[in-house]
Design a protein. Structure first.
Length: 199
């Protein structure tokens, strides 16, 4: 019995039509005696939202197909790490990945354990490098005196005190000033502290 397969097609906006990928994928399905049961198509940048990719992964988790056909590995993710992570996630669902452009990428073949081990190692190394680059960038920024994190929200303390004197609740005051309740409390506590020091 022919195994169930899904096709995932993606082109970036302004790129070639999806029709350029489909004939090759149909040939691959015929050559492997696969029955295509679902096709996911989208024309979006890899950095944008990809609803069809999400649907495809959800279908894979449900066991809707056993093989995923792609035109090339870079159709799957936003980066090399993303591509490899997608292959690893699909493998955990029991889904093999076949690529027209990368015939060596056959996670159902005899070298599957080696491929999965290599992909896992490369993805881990890439994540570690990204983490190290991020830490190094933050350290450089701190040395230059750049303030990191979200900017502090300023609270109009006088207005807050006037509203409080009118009997308004802290939560209502925070909503009116457009600040979190905790920020309002901190601002009023610091004001009390500075007033007591000055007296």
């Amino acid at each position: 019995m022919n195994r169930k397969a899904a096709v995932y097609l993606r082109v970036s906006r302004g790129e070639q039509s999806l029709d350029n990928q489909l004939p090759d994928l149909k040939r691959l399905a015929r050559a492997r005696k696969l029955r295509v049961v679902e096709t996911f198509e989208e024309s979006v940048s890899a950095t944008g939202a990809r609803p069809e990719f999400k649907k495809m992964m959800e279908a894979a988790h449900r066991g809707a197909f056993e093989v995923l056909l792609v035109w090339s590995l870079d159709r799957l993710g936003r980066s090399m790490t993303g591509n490899l992570q997608a292959v690893l996630d699909l493998d955990r669902c029991g889904v093999e990945v076949l690529s027209v452009r990368e015939p060596w990428l056959d996670t159902g073949g005899p070298v599957r354990p080696l491929l999965i081990a290599i992909f896992g190692w490369v993805a881990e190394q890439e994540r570690a490098q990204i983490s190290e680059r991020t830490k190094a960038g933050l350290a450089r920024a701190r040395k230059k005196g750049v303030r990191l994190g979200r900017p502090k929200r300023r609270v109009d303390q006088r207005r807050a005190e006037r509203l409080r004197a009118k009997g308004m609740s802290f939560r209502a005051i925070a909503n009116q000033l457009g600040v979190p309740l905790s920020t309002l409390h901190r601002a009023l506590r610091s004001k009390k502290g500075s007033d007591s020091k000055g007296s």
